[in-house]
Design a binder for this molecule. Structure first.
Ligand code: AMP
Length: 326
């Protein structure tokens, strides 16, 4: 069935003269890689079409991947808008997407909001980039997949799958990654860009390790207050990144970062887990997401404590009914 959807998407791309591509807010490697990679493929394949990459926010972490476009509202007249890696319309990093004539959604999150005129959603994929690569390989006689485009797309797969470690990674993922590598990707430079850290960042990590708290049943969490963000000169994004520092504590199968969001007067919540599902918990706190990587929002310290309590209960129940967890 998805073969038909892919063909429909290709037909739409071929029939439009102007195409605008967008991703989700607070971009990660997959959102950036999939959109930049796809835009590069489209520009190389259709030099006569106008292809734009338009988003409202930006991530310093992935600045090495280059800039994006700004367009006037008239550009949307009669245009095709493609949104990649974005589960819900609220998360589209382009409020103008409704101005376009037609909308295509390409995504790997569990379907919660089929906002496109065409929706191609495969939630078993490790990354939206895996879908973009699959699309390019399906139509390889038509679409030009250069080394630069393949590098963007590979970036999204290696980051979203945590370097091919997530459970969604299967033989198909590696076959796709292999085909991308065959385009001549310079993995040494790519990984250097992904792993090099500023000294200031290492000092922040040291602070985080000193301040992680762990509940009775093993939920690890940290609260990045406004004061801490000021002390370390952090943006909301860089403060939010600390969630990754909590993931390797033995016995902590759920880990959570709470980050003061000054602009919204709320607290951003990033939830992660191993083995058990936390997306229902996120849903109870104005959020959602994947089984083991979800996001939510709380509006007070009391709500934060309540979420921690619920997470602790969930983990306690899991540990009481399962064996072999780490
Ligand atoms: P984050 O911690 O922001 O990286 O979010 C982890 C995953 O949860 C992302 O892949 C999002 O798709 C999803 N997510 C985050 N926030 C929300 C939300 N408010 N509603 C639905 N899904 C979300």
């Amino acid at each position: 069935m998805n073969e038909q959807i892919k063909k429909q998407i290709l037909d739409k791309i071929e029939s439009y003269q102007t195409i605008i591509v967008s991703r989700h807010i607070r971009p990660d490697g997959d959102a950036i890689g999939s959109t930049k990679g796809f835009v590069k493929v489209l520009r190389d394949t259709y030099p006569d079409k106008k292809i734009y990459l338009v988003n409202e926010d930006y991530s310093d972490d992935l600045a090495f991947t280059g800039g994006e476009d700004t367009v006037s509202d008239e550009v949307y007249d009669g245009a095709l808008q493609i949104v990649i890696d974005t589960g819900t319309r609220a998360r589209i990093s382009n409020r103008k997407y409704t101005l376009a004539k037609e909308l295509i959604k390409i995504d790997h999150h569990i379907e919660a909001d089929p906002y496109g005129d065409i929706n191609w959603v495969e939630d078993w994929r490790s990354a939206a980039c895996e879908m973009i690569a699959d699309f390019c390989l399906t139509f390889k006689d038509k679409l030009k997949l250069t080394k630069e485009a393949a590098t963007y797309i590979y970036l999204g797969i290696v980051t979203d799958s945590s370097r091919f470690r997530h459970s969604e990674v299967c033989g198909e993922t590696l076959r796709i990654a292999g085909a991308l590598l065959d385009c001549g990707i310079d993995t040494e430079t790519l990984y250097a860009n992904l792993y090099m850290e500023d000294f200031e960042r290492l000092k922040l990590k040291s602070f985080v390790y000193d301040n992680i708290k762990i509940t009775e049943n093993g939920v690890a969490y940290i609260y990045m207050s406004k004061e801490i963000q000021e002390q370390f000169n952090l943006t909301l994004e860089s403060a939010s990144d600390v969630v990754t520092e909590l993931k390797r504590i033995r016995g902590s199968l759920i880990w959570i970062a709470f980050i003061d969001d000054l602009a919204k007067n709320s607290i951003r919540v990033r939830l992660r887990s191993r083995f058990l599902e936390i997306n229902d918990l996120a849903k109870n706190y104005h959020g959602g997401g994947h089984a083991q990587a979800a996001g939510a929002t709380v509006y007070s310290q009391e709500e934060m404590c309540s979420l921690i309590k619920d997470a602790d209960k969930l983990l306690g129940e899991y540990k009481a009914t399962h064996e072999g967890w780490l």
